[in-house]
Design a protein around this ligand. Structure first.
Ligand code: G6P
Ligand code: MN
Length: 443
């Protein structure tokens, strides 16, 4: 298995999941690739400490040569961050200066991130098609839905996008309803970071109406507090937490502007300290990583939760996300063990307002033959409207990345529901191209 972005902070989560897998057909060899040799060294030290005392720990090698990393890989995990956390901080700041939302994956910030990531992702996809044509690509790289779609144009259904947020949401809803994990069927669909739980069936019975009718239950979990009982009842569904940016845009922008530091800037400083710390001779790499991780998770989406009085994320929710989805997906494919997972895959007729190649986020049956989206009920019109609008923006991003057209980039920003003027879109393109070397291609 090859991990692109192998010097990334979340890599030890993935390796930790692999360490817990002792079954036949498990991953025995991990190749870490990164463009930054220092970060690779730091993460390799953390992994070495994780592997200490585990006799069948997967062997780890590192390289900065992309083609060498890809050649013959069975699974390629792509978890890169083009422009780094400094880029993420720019994404946030340029948008906020215009009074619009600058979030990692949502609004103007997400468009900017997409514009600089798509060309890199497409280059990777082309190389995979040439050097590892039988590989399955698991894409964690954000904006995950858009990036998966960009790669799918070269890899078809062999690229699968993953995210931890639908699983986390499904788990929280199941827990408040008292359903045992695994016995509930979560009816969730949309785009990445833009989906809704419309039902939760236990033994064939939909338990969601019981939750929506109960203010105490609604007040007892994160999304219940974030969106408020009245709004959830009006929707008749539980939205992904990222929909807070759409439903409470003003409050979210205000909170972001008032914060003394953006999330990207906070993480940039925090990670700089972590990587410098691990580079010290004799540093306790794993301990430093654990401490940094706990701090990162405890502050996740803090602005939103404070705005809505939603409180902190419960402790049991701080683990068992992203890496578990990845491992479950690999197992299902490698061992032909049928599993149901919420994934980012090509639509193939699932949501009729979108074409077959549009990547959506939907429960899928997975086995050795790949992913099979489960047919779902249509979305209500208000949700279809948002999904189609954001997909249209994604398509403009893909077109701009292909053509290098500045006008198409302006169109992508201008059509986004969270950008409120074409003039703002023009200034965003100017602002972003001024700070992002990765956008130099927009002539
Ligand atoms: C969740 C989302 C990811 C996103 C991350 C941001 O896990 O699913 O797509 O990248 O949150 O968390 P961070 O700690 O980087 O703000
Ligand atoms: Mn995600």
């Amino acid at each position: 298995m090859t991990i692109l972005g192998g010097g990334g902070f979340r890599v030890p989560l993935v390796y930790g999941a692999l360490l817990g897998d002792h079954a036949e057909g498990r991953v025995t060899r991990v190749v870490l690739h990164d463009v930054d040799a220092g970060r690779l060294r730091a993460i390799a030290r953390v992994l070495a400490e994780q592997a200490a005392g585990v006799p069948d720990a997967p062997a780890v090698t590192v390289t900065t040569d992309l083609d060498e990393a890809l050649r013959g890989a069975a699974f390629v995990f792509s978890a890169i961050r083009v422009g780094g956390l400094e880029g993420r901080a720019h994404d946030e700041r340029v948008a906020l200066a215009e009074g619009v939302l600058g979030q990692e994956t949502v609004g103007a910030g997400g468009v900017a991130y997409g514009l600089r990531t798509v060309p890199v992702a497409v280059d990777i996809a082309r190389r995979v098609a040439r050097l590892a044509p039988d590989a399955w690509v698991i894409n964690f790289t954000n904006p995950a839905g858009l990036v998966t779609e960009a790669m799918s144009r070269h890899l078809g259904d062999r690229v699968i996008g993953i995210c931890d947020s639908p699983v986390g949401l499904g788990r929280r809803v199941a827990r408040v309803l008292g359903a045992r994990p695994g016995e509930a069927w979560v009816d969730y669909v949309g785009l990445n970071h833009l989906g809704w739980v419309r039902g939760l069936r236990v033994a064939g019975r939909d338990e969601l109406p019981r939750l929506l009718a109960d203010p105490v239950l609604l007040g007892s979990f994160e999304e219940g507090r974030l969106f408020g009982a009245d709004w959830l009842r009006s929707l008749g569904a539980i939205p992904n937490e990222y929909l807070h940016y759409y439903y409470f845009t003003r409050e979210a922008v205000r909170a972001y502007r008032q914060a003394d530091r953006t999330r990207g800037a906070f993480l940039h400083d925090q990670q700089a300290r972590f990587y410098a710390g691990v580079a010290e001779p004799g540093a306790p790499a794993l301990e430093l990583w654990n401490r940094t991780r706990a701090e990162r998770e405890a502050t996740y989406m803090a602005e939103n939760r404070e705005t809505a009085g939603a409180g902190e994320r419960e402790d049991e929710d701080l683990s068992g996300g992203y890496e578990d989805v990845a491992l479950a997906l690999m197992r299902a494919i490698a061992r032909d063990e049928r599993a149901t997972l919420i994934l980012n895959v090509r639509n193939r007729g699932t949501l009729s307002p979108l074409d077959g190649d549009a990547v959506i986020e939907v429960p899928c049956l997975v086995d050795a033959s790949g992913t099979h989206p489960v047919s779902v009920d249509p979305l209500p019109d208000h949700a279809t409207g948002l999904v189609c609008a954001v997909k249209a923006v994604e398509r403009e991003v893909l077109a701009a990345a292909r053509s290098g057209s500045r006008a198409t980039a302006v169109k992508a920003f201008a059509l986004h529901p969270l950008v409120d003027s074409v003039n703002v879109a023009r200034r965003l393109v100017d602002g972003y191209t001024a700070v992002h070397p990765g956008l130099a291609y927009l002539g």
